[in-house]
Design a binder for this molecule. Structure first.
Ligand code: FES
Length: 580
């Protein structure tokens, strides 16, 4: 795609606040000058908001203030005026009931922070899972020139000389404790090895996936995703990003120029190649909804089918983000997609050039980490979209993290009505369950949990684990951490709390999973299913006040991205009325 830059110089939106000699202009400039800014900074140069998701309660983003200073250097160098703005930070590791419930709230807060204040362009300084999609959703809804720079992943973890991946080993060690092959003391000792530097999860979890999605969409500079948080090149990337946004403002290069249908298809294929998180499905659908792109679950299945998973990172593979960076990082993967005819090469990026220009000359430095196609982890690595009477609007499964022998499976349902029911029963030695059963978890979707928690990869019963079994078919309306693994059907839509068929599955029903034919089937007659659904009633009315009520009333299904219905679409960036 050829991008035609806007003429420069021209009047920018920040001049609606800072330009001229009126009482209002003096009011806006005068107060800003209490920070000691020289007058020439208000002369019509691009004003750049550095939207910083720093928080000490978002540990993956706790180092972002340092990077913000580097972004500032870059903005000044390029002739812009940087202003750092703290925005809502959503931590995956700490927020209750689940960070996902607040992705939309964060996106709404950031959108209004962008639109309501004198910003001509924005640097989205993000890291932990939800911070990346929430700020990208806001940028899409305002269409103010924006660029992403992420905080970067943590360094490798090691315990007893074994690589320890963020999250992935939490599930592995936890299962080992339940199986009796690891002591509780060893588990506690291993805790210190999991997070040994600043940064986000070092696996190809959701944070690394969303950093990769931002890069594949063209919304971050090439090479951004994999640089470790503590590597000096992360600071350099921040500075270069600061320089770049100033030119983007001058050129008027907007999110809607970059986040096209082609860009989303590139991102979906990249997700398959990296073995990325299932969470990317929800986030990309929501982002596309904000920018007005018609992206559906079927696009995920269609685009991902022919893409092998070639990035050998946990949870699908063996290595971690640090090794991915040394191997050449995401540009190598995007180049491979291009060579395989699986990339829209002319998709525009924030660089002002095409995505192919950015990657065509890169080299793979480690074929153990970025695998040759004939050694791919999975030949068809794209997220699978399942449909059937159990998931009329779809469910998703990540084949690279699943067990091949379970891809076609028929088993007896063992039902948990909600996560508390699961916790109460799973360790009961009398629970009627074995490895051939299908574990079914209800009421964990966008409305149900509320917020769609990452509990879909529910742990197996100890009596099954003790046999050395590590995977069973599991079905829910929940999400799964990007660091997790297993033959897990997620995001089942409509969700149980909205009266989807999942709500009426009973213990003892037979369920069929058929991944090659994309089928998820509850083996009861249509008449029986209709009779059960006719009797179904919601468990309660939902929260009566606060954001929880707003979320419950307006959240959409996972199949369309779980955004709030009234936030869909681009509302632009009109400067609005002045209050003075
Ligand atoms: Fe923050 Fe994984 S918990 S990136």
């Amino acid at each position: 795609m050829t991008f035609k830059p806007a003429p420069w110089p021209r009047k920018l939106r920040s001049q609606e606040w800072f330009g001229g000699t009126t009482k209002d202009a003096i009011y806006h400039r005068g107060w800003m000058k209490n920070q000691g800014f020289p007058p020439d900074l208000f002369d019509g140069r691009p004003v750049i908001g550095i939207l910083n998701t720093w928080s000490e309660l978002t540990p993956c983003n706790a180092h972002l203030n340092d990077l913000a200073q580097r972004v500032k250097h870059g903005i000044y160098e390029a002739g812009g005026f940087p202003l750092e703005v703290p925005v809502f930070s959503v931590s995956e590791s700490a927020f209750r009931p689940t960070a996902m419930m607040f992705r939309n709230l964060a996106a709404m807060q950031v959108e209004e922070a962008m639109r309501g204040q004198p910003m001509d362009g924005c640097v989205l300084l993000v890291g932990c899972d939800k911070t990346t999609p929430s700020l990208l959703m806001a940028a899409a809804s305002t269409d103010i020139p924006s660029i992403v720079v992420t905080g970067g992943p943590m360094l490798n973890g090691y315990y007893k000389n074994e690589r320890v991946g963020s999250g992935t080993h939490l599930w592995k060690f936890s299962a080992a404790v339940a199986a009796g092959t690891m002591s509780r003391e060893e588990f506690v000792e291993a805790e210190a090895s999991m997070s040994r530097s600043p940064g986000s999860c070092n696996t190809m979890g959701t944070a690394s996936t969303m950093a990769s999605m931002a890069e594949a969409l063209g919304m971050a500079l090439s090479g951004n995703a994999a640089i470790p948080a503590v590597d000096s090149r992360r600071r350099m990337m921040a500075q270069l990003t600061g320089r770049r946004i100033v030119q983007m403002v001058k050129d008027d290069l907007k999110p809607s120029d970059v986040m096209t249908k082609q860009a989303f298809e590139n991102a979906i294929r990249t997700n398959a190649a990296i073995g990325g998180s299932t969470n990317a499905v929800i986030h990309l659908l929501a982002m596309a909804g904000r920018v007005g792109i018609d992206l559906t679950l079927d696009d995920w299945d269609r685009c991902g089918r022919d893409v092998p998973t070639i990035v050998n990172l946990m949870p699908s593979g063996k290595y971690l983000m640090e090794e991915f960076f040394y191997a050449g990082g995401l540009p190598v993967v995007i180049k491979r997609l291009g060579e395989g005819g699986l990339l829209h090469k002319d998709a525009l990026t924030v660089s002002g050039g095409t995505i192919w220009d950015q990657v065509k000359d890169v080299q793979n430095h480690n074929e153990e980490v970025i695998l040759p196609t004939d050694k791919a982890l999975t030949k068809s690595g794209g997220i699978v979209v399942l449909k059937g009477n159990l998931a009329p609007k779809g469910a998703v499964l990540k084949p690279s993290a699943a067990t091949p022998s379970l891809m076609v499976h028929r088993g007896r349902a063992v039902v948990f009505e909600d996560i508390d029911d699961y916790k109460a029963k799973i360790n009961d030695e009398d629970l009627d369950i074995d490895e051939t059963c299908v574990m079914v978890l209800k009421n964990c979707g966008p409305k149900g949990y509320p917020g769609m928690a990452e509990v879909g990869n529910m742990g197996l019963p100890p009596k099954v684990l003790r046999k050395g079994i590590t995977d069973m078919v599991r079905i829910s309306d929940a999400r799964m951490s990007g660091t997790a693994f297993g033959t897990v059907c997620l995001h089942t839509s409509p969700e149980a709390a909205a009266g989807g068929p999942l709500a009426v599955v009973q213990n003892g029903d037979m369920i069929e999973l058929d991944v090659p034919n994309r089928r998820l089937h509850l083996d009861i007659s249509d008449a029986e299913l209709a009779a059960r659904l006719a009797k179904w009633k919601p468990r309660d009315e939902g929260p009566a006040s606060g954001y929880a009520m707003l979320h419950h009333r307006h959240v959409q299904g996972a199949d369309t991205g779980a955004d709030l219905d009234f936030l869909k679409g681009c509302r632009g960036n009109p400067v609005g009325k002045d209050s003075h």
